[in-house]
Design a protein. Structure first.
Length: 281
């Protein structure tokens, strides 16, 4: 791609920041979808200073607020002819069950549903750009046992890690569905595990979960290393043939057996579409 327009969520810290910086160095026009626009503007200036690439833009987007996602997509549709790469990088884990402004459980909203709406809203631009959609998942998906009768964790005891693992499984389901549904339109999709990265990602955890993260810290990798697979999928010349696959350390790997469940994957798509339809108009 001689000139690449890239959109990335969750770019103000961690692997998102490293990914945005690396792609700017490669000459991409980078649109930073951020919840904190002040931090976004500071990052924009940092990237421009480091890379001399002035094609860096900040767009407000709170993935927990579906109207905010819709508005961000509207700004992009009004200003762009096409999007070549969309990196759904933002994510979060929450110590207790919280609900978004729209009434969705926060882990589900931030890690999956907001990105689902973003993709559906940007579909015309993604199609025109023959885009790659890159979903940052996690090996935590292997602990997931999805309950499609309780996506919002309202009927059972809430577990931060189980909710997070389920959302990361949904990233893989979403990737496979995108590849199958929109592959004929020229869109490819990839999921990835960035590694266990030493960032502030799980800073909100408490108690035993916080202790586990503290014990794991010596074994974590840097954000720069964690960003490598995202950067590879966004810029490598010959990966589109592997659309729909799950990557780890720049290579395809097999996800969990649950991740191959076609019935569950289709059920997630149906339920997600039902939930975002009011925000697509």
């Amino acid at each position: 791609m001689p000139f690449t327009t890239t959109v990335i969520t969750g770019a103000t810290s961690g692997i998102g920041k490293e990914t945005a910086m690396a792609l700017a160095k490669k000459g991409h026009a980078v649109y930073l979808l951020v919840r904190d626009t002040e931090r976004g503007e500071r990052l924009k200036q940092e990237i421009i200073t480091a890379t001399k690439n002035k094609n860096i833009y900040v767009v407000y987007c709170d993935l927990a607020n579906m109207k905010s996602v819709r508005n961000a997509a509207g700004i992009l549709k009004n200003g762009l002819l096409a999007v070549n790469v969309l990196i759904n990088n933002a994510g979060g884990i929450f110590a207790e069950r919280l609900e978004s402004k729209d009434g969705f459980e926060m882990t589900f909203a931030v890690n999956h549903l907001g990105h689902f709406l973003l993709v559906e809203s940007l579909l015309p631009l993604l199609q025109k750009g023959q885009a790659r959609v890159i979903n940052v998942s996690s090996e935590a998906h292997r602990m997931a046992k999805p309950n499609f009768n309780d996506l919002q964790w309202a009927k059972r005891p809430y577990s931060a890690w189980k909710a997070y693992g389920t959302a990361k499984l949904f990233n893989i389901y979403f990737t496979r569905s995108l590849a199958l549904k929109y592959g004929p339109k020229g869109i490819s999709a990839f999921a990835l595990h960035p590694g266990m990265v030493n960032t502030g990602f799980a800073a909100g955890l408490t108690g035993f979960n916080k202790t586990l993260m503290w014990l794991a810290r010596p074994f974590m990798i840097s954000a720069e290393r964690g960003a490598q697979t995202s950067i590879y999928l966004a810029s490598a010349a010959r990966v589109d043939a592997k659309s729909g696959r799950y990557f780890k350390k720049l290579k395809t790997v097999s996800p969990s057996a649950t991740a191959a469940d076609e019935v569950g994957r289709n059920r997630l798509w149906e339920l997600s579409m039902e939930l975002v339809i009011p925000f697509l108009n």
